[in-house]
Design a binder for this molecule. Structure first.
Ligand code: AMP
Ligand code: MG
Length: 334
């Protein structure tokens, strides 16, 4: 361990994040975590606008990240970037910036799996040993555990991620993007309306629920009631599958990561389920549960220690469909 500093770029969807971490004797220290998120009044995420947004803000986020860390460019030891999975126009904006920094500073370039980065920062920050990872973001919903040297997906969505389902409904209800926080607020004054509950074995599905909620909205159901019912239904489905994963894998800790982890009702439901089984629930602090650069830097540094996926800046490319179980994570014992 030699006090390496990793600067990393997160750029898989709506957020251009740049974070820095340092290897220390006590573990990995987060030095900075700056970001700028694409938002839109209507229309959700428009792919080409994402690329333009990320190109426009990257220099100021980069400067902000160096400043927040109190670090000069010359102190950076390596560059990491989110190589996938994600939306190609966003990933390309991150790749081009990462390559240019790697060449300019003459430092190694590490390609990081965005999903594994969410899990790794969750594990390191909560100091859990061997949890069930409940990963619920815009595009993803997966129940994951570490088995046999890799992250294994035990259950996942059969269609869209839970966040996308909430955003899809929010678009129709005129809540803007991202809709999750507004749905959480409105749900506080809602009553339950039955929506489809879609669990098949260890897998879940959200697109039918979003469609049904949209149909009910068009027929005049109250938006507050639909927000409440969407939350209760989607969260209960994930809690059910998580409970089964705990039982199957014999694990005793649950961590919740991804942007939807910001939702207090979701955390409460998982906490109740964990307590009833004698397990412990660990929500990941808000600034690290959504997309961010610090998580890419943290995993980039771990990969650097183990020489995993160092790339040549000349021909490095994105990997939009990179699955999490294709990643080696030899540093986790379990
Ligand atoms: P990520 O893709 O991990 O950055 O997460 C973004 C997703 O999280 C979007 O779909 C948001 O609508 C959703 N989200 C953010 N905050 C909340 C919240 N408080 N409740 C529910 N969903 C949320
Ligand atoms: Mg994400």
């Amino acid at each position: 361990m030699s006090n390496e500093i990793c600067l990393a770029i997160e750029c898989t969807a709506h957020t251009l994040g740049i974070g820095m971490v340092k290897d220390t004797k006590k573990g990995i220290e987060i030095l900075s975590n700056e970001k700028d998120m694409y938002v839109s009044e209507k229309g959700g995420m428009i792919p080409n606008e994402l690329r333009e947004h990320h190109r426009k803000v990257r220099d100021s986020v980069y400067e902000g990240s160096l400043k927040a860390a109190g670090i000069k460019e010359k102190d950076i030891s390596l560059i990491a970037f989110s190589q996938g999975p994600g939306m190609a126009p966003a990933l390309l904006a991150g790749l081009e910036f990462a390559k240019s920094l790697s060449v300019k500073l003459n430092k190694p370039l590490i390609g990081v799996n965005h999903l594994a980065a969410h899990l790794e920062i969750g594990r390191q920050i909560t100091k859990t040993k061997d949890p069930i990872y409940v990963f619920v973001s815009g595009a993803n919903t997966q129940i994951i555990a570490h088995e046999g040297g890799r992250f294994r997906v035990f259950g996942e969505t059969m269609d869209i991620g839970m966040g996308n389902a909430l955003d899809k409904f929010g678009r129709l209800a005129g809540l803007g993007f991202p809709a999750g926080p507004k749905i959480e607020e409105l749900a506080k004054n809602g009553k339950y309306i039955e929506l489809p509950y879609v669990v098949k074995g260890m897998d879940v599905g959200f697109s039918g629920i979003a469609t049904k909620a949209e149909q009910l909205l068009k027929k005049g159901a109250k938006v507050e009631d639909l927000c409440f019912s969407l939350q209760e239904t989607c969260f209960a489905m994930v809690a059910e599958v998580t409970e089964r994963a705990l039982a199957h894998c014999g694990k005793e800790e649950v961590i919740l990561i991804g942007g939807v982890a910001a939702n207090k009702r979701f955390c409460e439901m998982l906490d109740i389920m964990c307590k009833s089984r004698g397990c412990r629930f660990f929500p990941v602090p808000l600034q690290y549960c959504g997309d961010n650069g610090a998580m890419i830097a943290m995993l980039g540094l771990m990969q650097y220690r183990y020489s995993i996926n160092t790339l040549n800046a000349k021909n490095a490319d994105i990997n939009p469909n990179w699955r999490i179980d294709d990643m080696e994570v030899p540093w986790i014992k379990g």
